[in-house]
Design a protein around this ligand. Structure first.
Ligand SMILES: [Mg+2]
Ligand SMILES: [Zn+2]
Length: 207
């Protein structure tokens, strides 16, 4: 608790979308937030194909130093489609975790939906299952949790799980922002900008 980040609420856009006053748990989408978004319809299959976005590792370290729990929650339908084997995915995530840890930004949990959309599971975003699991495992209230993603599916999963969400303009983020123009969005250029706001290094950003 003592390591929680506390600030005054930041009203970024007109309407109801604000960051929680205290963020103790960040649920991160993977592709397009941490690493370069693969081409449409393709998947990261090997550690070599996992390309960190600029500033992402620094952001994880900054958040961890600030005492924020870090959960990755990612759709990886390539597994369900037989394009990525479970062992391949495990190798990618072992690599991701090793690099994050080495940078000082170790991840507390990595949650994956491996199902195809056709499976109609409860965990594939925009369904809220992954987000709900992340919250349950964290022991941290939804009100002190923030999801960050680059896709409307991420934001919708957060909404259905009852947690606040922020958009980053990496990956599909700019496209998503354009598609959702008019909606109340909390948006940042990238994860590092969001991390600096949450850590109190930047008083205000977004939109
Ligand atoms: Mg994404
Ligand atoms: Zn699933």
């Amino acid at each position: 608790m003592s390591s929680a980040i506390s600030r005054n609420p930041i009203l970024i856009a007109e309407g109801s979308q604000v960051l929680p006053a205290t963020v103790r748990h960040l649920i991160l989408d993977r592709d397009g937030v941490l690493n370069r978004e693969p081409e449409d319809g393709s998947y990261v299959r090997t550690p070599e194909e996992f390309e960190w976005l600029p500033g992402a590792l620094e952001a994880l370290a900054l958040l961890r130093r600030a005492g924020v729990r870090l959960t990755v929650a990612t759709n990886q339908a390539g597994v369900g489609r037989g394009i990525v084997s479970p062992a391949d995915l495990a190798a990618v995530h072992t690599h991701m975790q090793a690099k994050a840890t080495a940078a000082g930004g170790a991840l507390d949990a990595v949650l994956v939906c491996t199902h195809t959309p056709e499976a109609q599971c409860l965990c594939r975003k925009p369904a809220p299952g992954l987000v709900q699991t992340a919250i349950a495992r964290s022991g941290i209230a939804a009100a002190e949790t923030l999801l960050v993603g680059d896709d409307g599916r991420d934001l919708e999963a957060a909404r259905r799980a009852g947690v606040a969400a922020a958009l980053v303009r990496t990956g599909k983020g700019r496209r998503t922002e354009a598609q959702l123009s008019g909606a109340d969005l909390v948006a940042y250029d990238d994860l590092l900008q969001l991390a600096r706001v949450l850590a109190g290094d930047e008083p205000r950003a977004g939109r």
